[in-house]
Design a protein around this ligand. Structure first.
Ligand SMILES: Nc1ncnc2c1ncn2[C@@H]1O[C@H](COP(=O)(O)OP(=O)(O)OP(=O)(O)O)[C@@H](O)[C@H]1O
Ligand SMILES: O=c1ccn([C@@H]2O[C@H](COP(=O)(O)O)[C@@H](O)[C@H]2O)c(=O)[nH]1
Length: 277
């Protein structure tokens, strides 16, 4: 597929308005064109006649010569890895510790979704012997920052293709997209999302859960210092993604500050309402 880029606004047609008027015309070879000496009437008339002919000539030339538009730029547009309708993608977003993974696990058990957690994929890549990106990923996670999109999207696309090859088509993409560039690139190059489940949760609740989880999780980011960085990243970088999809009417907002089963009841009711399950 090819996309023809629009020509640069304002470029087309400008040349038709440019008429070059000769700077000085001398009636006689060697005469000074900047002389202050008064010219005779005959000379003045001759000069005016020449200027008039030139003005008419250039106007006629520009009016009759077709203006060539600038050559269109041709940009290749990559087709997404999955065609529209081939797979169903639900993004699952919410602050750290809002319960995304817990609810995804229940949807897998109840409705046969494939659950792909971007964080889990990054941690697995970090651990993979020989990975070029292990150290980089470890540093970003420890700092509560978002790993460059190329790495995360490649991991997600690969995992989706593997599952698709086994006949799976319903995906929960958990903890992604966490940044606007990821949202746009993923939808352009991998697949369109149908909805985003957003778990709204007070920071105090998430902090308590994460500190509790940190006692056994072994995660380098479940500690007070990194948690506060993750909260900041969520507010500044990830929440704009929720707003972006909200403007498209594609966000299902859920309150996470309830027992697990109550939250799950809200999730399933909302998905049934949208005829996703
Ligand atoms: N509704 C809930 N009520 C109480 N505790 C919960 C609830 N949901 C999840 N938890 C607990 O909170 C912790 C964080 O949950 P979970 O791992 O599902 O969150 P998450 O949003 O996936 O976090 P992260 O983004 O950090 O991976 C876990 O220990 C989990 O058992
Ligand atoms: O798209 C993503 C998703 C995650 N990360 C990094 O991983 C950690 C942990 O993610 P969880 O979803 O909480 O498991 C997150 O703080 C980021 O550092 C990412 O870079 N990009």
């Amino acid at each position: 597929m090819l996309r023809i880029a629009r020509p640069i606004v304002g470029l087309r047609g400008i040349s038709s308005h440019i008429t070059r008027v000769p700077f000085a015309v001398s009636a006689r070879s060697g005469a000074r064109c900047y002389s202050s000496a008064p010219a005779s009437n005959g000379k003045k008339l001759g000069l005016l006649a020449v200027l008039g002919v030139l003005a008419v000539g250039t106007t006629l030339y520009s009016a009759t010569t077709p203006v060539k538009p600038p050559r269109a730029y041709i940009e290749p547009v990559l087709s997404p890895a999955f065609k529209p309708g081939e797979v169903s993608v639900l993004f699952v977003l919410g602050g750290p510790g809002s319960g995304k993974g817990t609810q995804c696990a229940k949807l897998v058990a109840g409705y046969g979704f494939v659950h792909l957690s971007a964080g889990d994929l990054l941690r697995a890549e970090q651990q993979r012997p020989g990975s070029k990106y292990g150290e980089l990923i470890a540093q970003y996670i420890k700092d509560g920052q978002i790993v460059p999109q190329e790495i995360t999207i490649a991991l997600l696309e690969q995992a989706m293709k593997e599952e698709f090859g086994k006949g799976k088509t319903k995906f929960l993409i958990d903890g992604f997209p966490r940044k606007m560039d990821q949202a746009i690139t993923f939808e352009e190059q991998v697949a369109q999302s149908s909805f985003t489940l957003f778990f709204d949760c007070p920071e105090a609740v998430m902090l308590k859960r994460l500190l509790e989880r940190g006692k056994t999780s072994g995660r380098t980011d479940d500690n007070a210092e990194t948690i506060s960085k993750r909260f900041k990243t969520f507010v500044e970088t990830s929440y704009p993604v929720v707003e972006y999809f909200d403007k498209q009417g594609k966000v299902i907002r859920l309150s996470c500050d309830q027992p697990v089963e109550t939250v799950y009841g809200q999730v399933t009711a909302a998905l049934k309402g949208k005829e996703i399950i």
